[in-house]
Structures are given as C-alpha cells and as structure tokens.
Design a protein around this ligand. Structure first.
Ligand SMILES: Cc1ncc(COP(=O)(O)O)c(C=O)c1O
Length: 518
C-alpha cells in the first residue's frame, strides 16, 4: 500500500510532459485565505453563494467529510480547477492534439487511482499534461471530421454552473427554475419549426437517445391505438427510413427489437414521399414510424420532408424527423425552405452539441403531443409517487432516462445572452463556407465533388487515391497538427469529408487542406 501522498506514478512522466507545451506549475497558495474570501466573495447566511468556514483545520475534520467540507484544501482545489477551466475556455491556441496508444497512456498516466490519492495538484497536472493533450480538440476550427463541436464561450462557461449548482433536471419539484428555462428553449425551437404551442419535450444526452425515445413513444402510441381498436399486434413492428438515415435509427430498432425498412434515397441522397408511400402500402399497420432525416450525417442532405409529411393525408403514421445535425439550419433564412413540412412532425430532434453551439452532450427532443410520450416513458415506483402523482411537468417522463442533468441550460444561457439572431448568423456562416469550399473543389482538377452540398457537409474525392493514400494523408495532417479530416466513404468509394459547424473555420483553413491533396 502507498503511504499518504505517494503514488505508484513515475513523477517525471506526468508532472511535465515534454513537448506538450502546457504549463504544469501551479503557484502554491500564498496564505490560507487564498481564494474566494480574499476576493471578497460574500457569505450571506442562507444564500446559495459560497459560505466558507475557515476555522476548521483539515486534520480536525473527520476524514469522512474531507472531500465535502469547505477547507483550505477544497478551496484550493476549486480555485485550481476554475483557473484551469478559465484558461482553457479562453485559450485561442489550444492545439488539435492527438490520441496516444493505451500502452503510452499506461506508461504516462497509469496507476493514478490508489488508496491515498495523488492530491489535486498532481491529478490536475496529470490531466493537463498527459490526458488532455491526448484528446483531440473538437472545437478546433480545423477539426472537420464526424460532426465537430463549437460551443459558444457562454455555453461552455455556464456548463460549469450546471455542475456547481447540482441542479436536478428530472422533475419540476426539484428543479423548477431549470426546467422552466429549458422549456423556454424547447418552446422557442417548437415555434421555429412550426409545431403547435402545446408541443414539448426534453433535453436528452444525444441524438441516439433522442431517436430511441421518440421511436419508443411512437411504438407505445401504435400499440395503444391497436389495443383500443381491438386489433392484434403485428408479428413485427416496422420503422421506415432512408438508406442514408443515421446508424442510430438501426440501433434504436435493435434495442426495440423491431424491423427497419430502408427506402433507397437515390442518387441525390434525398428520400422522397413517393418512395415512402410504396413502403407504407407494403407494410401497412405494422409501421410504427417514418423517420425523415433533416440533414444526413454523411452528406448534410435534407430529405423531402414536405412530400413525406403529405402522405399523412392518406396514411396514418408517426412522422419523426432526425435533425440531430442539420435541423439547426432551419434557423437560417437561406436553408429554412429545405425543411418545409416539418410542422407536421409528431416528434423531432436537434442536437445543440452539434450546430447549436453547446458543449457535449445535449439533444433537444420535441413531441407534437407530449402526453403521448409521457404515457410511454413515465417510470412508476413507490418512491417516485410524489412526482408521478402530481400534475407538474417532469422532464424525465419524456425519454429513456430518470436522473437527468439539466443539459439544456448551457443553450438557454447562451441564447438568453446573445439572442437568436446571433445563432442565425453563426449557422449561416458555415453554410456559406461549405458552398465556397465546393467551388474550390470544382476548380481543382485533382478533386471531384461527390454531391453538391445543401447544409455544411462537403464530400469530395481525390482522383486516383487508394484508401491507403487517404489514410496516410489524413494521418499526416493530424501528425503535423494542421487539421483533423478522417477519410469517409460512399457507395464503396473512399472520400474526404468536411463537416463545418464552427463559425471560426475559414475558407483559408479549408483551402489549405485541399491544397495538401494536390
Ligand atoms: C443525423 C444524426 N442522427 C443521430 C445522430 C446521433 O447523435 P449522437 O451522436 O448525439 O447520439 C447523429 C450523430 O452524428 C446524426 O448526425
């Protein structure tokens, strides 16, 4: 067993990791009053502000409360962490960084968990010098893979407050103020998308859980309708979606043990009503839902939602819109028309952690009629009676979760701070940039645009390159800390892909990547 304060970690490896360029030295507190009190933070009796008891020396505290009591040690920890967070949030030159292998990480950072603890200074130094630099900086302007993140400074900073206030976001009883603020955001989104004022929902972890929760509600609704009509359940329930729908739809279907019928989106990548009609006719009452994609992940292509929604005139089905990545573009004037028909959706999702500028992780899930979702999702247990027997709005009743972080609050704060117009403009910038990148690609004889971009994803091929060459090129860009652009593929052909959500990404950033393929 280790003695107090010692560790099995080789100190030299993590206290200063050469070449990573980060400062690991934290000044020792000058005196025990270092921190909040020195800065004159008020200690109002009964307030939720800081209340600092400075007379209790750590060694007289029962060790059981050492982690929770307000002592010079915990004040110092909070100061160190906030100072680190402040530097990181306001840093303009955080490198892209890159992953280390498990063996390297074991060598540099293994053994950090022991009986005695490392102490915050060493643990934080380990994070700053080894662990953080082995995580790719997802909000870097030249992180162009998958779907990047681009949280506003306000939303990232406020995320700290969501933790600091220990808000419970699952019920009105416990978190009414937070739930109210989240619902303000959901109501604004619902209005933007043309849903009725009675629409509502909840922020969940991400698009995968959002899609799953919506489809579970849709199946529950279909089951109830059948039961009411005294009809038997079909042998297999069916979800209809595009061949280009996100993998999370298939994942939801697997969790639910239902079948997925994929309808070919065709050359353009757009799923149209005509093709969906044929599937609806074939599968009839077994259909739980039709999923239309509001911005496919691979191409940023929006399905023809209007023609799919129009099928509701002749067929009864639940229309779910997976807009995890792309639905944010409905806020921009230039792309709003692409989403015509969304006002007929029964449910939809859009992920603030993708293109609504919040930190991971957050998905706004909206239902046209939240009461239907409530029937599907409310958990019943004796200890929850105080919640479930009330008429209050409890966010946990609308998705596959119980305990929940108020993960809509960073978006609320950022929206309340900057206003909606800033969002419209920041989204439009990436759409313009994608079109500018497409023009640059067309102008280069060694590149071919695979499809014209609609939103902010641009997919292109390098003439003559093998998959191996794409990989080597991509690895080189990351090794040189220039950019993060992983190869993708379409119809069995390897390609390169830009996904742009960061308003700080410039055309020069993209051109330099294109030039590197010459
Ligand atoms: C269209 C679409 N749907 C669903 C998801 C899944 O979202 P998440 O990764 O937040 O679970 C994604 C992720 O990129 C997506 O682009």
């Amino acid at each position: 067993m280790q003695g107090v304060g010692s560790s099995s970690l080789p100190r030299s490896t993590y206290e200063r990791h050469p070449g990573l360029g980060r400062d690991s030295s934290y000044p020792e507190p000058a005196d025990p009053s270092h921190g909040a009190a020195r800065r004159g933070v008020a200690c109002r009796p009964g307030s939720k502000g800081p209340s600092v008891s400075r007379n209790t020396a750590p060694d007289t505290l029962a060790s059981a409360v050492r982690m929770h009591a307000i002592t010079p040690e915990t004040i110092d920890i909070v100061d160190m962490v906030l100072e680190y967070a402040r530097r990181r949030i306001l840093s303009d030159d955080t490198p892209l960084d890159k992953p280390l292998s498990p063996a390297e990480l074991r060598r540099l950072a293994g053994g950090s968990i022991n009986d005695a603890g490392l102490g915050a200074r060493r643990a934080l130094a380990l994070f700053e010098n080894v662990l953080a630099p082995s995580c790719i900086t997802t909000e870097h302007p030249r992180y162009l893979s998958f779907i990047p993140s681009a949280p506003s400074k306000a939303s990232t900073a406020f995320d700290l407050i969501v933790s600091a206030t220990a808000v419970y976001g699952g019920s009105w009883l416990e978190g009414s103020g937070a739930v109210f603020a989240e619902n303000e955001v959901l109501a604004w989104l619902a209005a933007e998308f043309g849903l009725p004022v009675t629409a509502g929902g909840v922020f969940v972890q991400g698009g995968t859980i959002g899609n799953l929760s919506a489809l579970v509600a849709a199946r529950d609704h279909a089951t109830r309708l059948r039961r009411a009509a005294e009809l038997p359940r079909p042998d297999r329930w069916v979800i209809i979606c595009s061949s280009e729908a996100h993998s999370s739809v298939a994942s939801a279907a697997a969790v639910m043990d239902v079948d997925v019928v994929t309808v070919a989106a065709g050359e353009s990548g757009v799923l149209r009503g005509e093709a969906v009609r044929a599937a609806l006719v074939e599968h009839g009452d077994a259909v739980i839902a039709v999923v239309a994609t509001g911005g496919s992940t691979n191409f940023g292509i929006v399905d023809d939602i209007a023609s799919i929604a129009a099928l509701k005139d002749d067929h009864e089905f639940w229309l779910h819109i997976d807009g995890a990545y792309g639905l944010a573009a409905a806020l921009a004037d230039i792309t709003r028309p692409l989403f015509a028909g969304i006002e007929r959706a029964d449910s939809l999702i859009v992920d603030p952690h993708k293109w609504l500028f919040t930190p991971f992780d957050s998905c706004a899930l909206l239902y046209r009629d939240p009461a239907i979702a409530r029937l599907a999702h409310t958990q019943h247990a004796e200890y929850l009676d105080a919640l479930t027997e009330s008429s209050q709005f409890n966010p946990s009743d609308y998705s596959v979760q119980l305990t929940r972080r108020a993960r809509g609050l960073p978006l609320w704060f950022s929206l309340a701070t900057f206003g909606v117009q800033s969002y419209r403009e920041a989204i439009a910038v990436s759409i313009d940039l994608a079109h500018a990148a497409a023009r640059e690609i067309r102008a280069r004889d060694y590149l071919t645009l695979v499809r014209d971009p609609q939103l902010s994803v641009v997919v292109f091929e390098r003439t003559g390159w093998s998959p191996q060459q794409y990989s080597e090129w991509s690895n080189r860009l990351l090794d040189e800390q220039h950019s993060f652009v992983v190869p993708s593929s379409h119809a069995g052909r390897t390609n390169a892909r830009f996904a742009i959500v960061n308003p700080r990404t410039t055309i020069d950033d993209l051109v330099s990547v294109l030039d590197s393929m010459a």
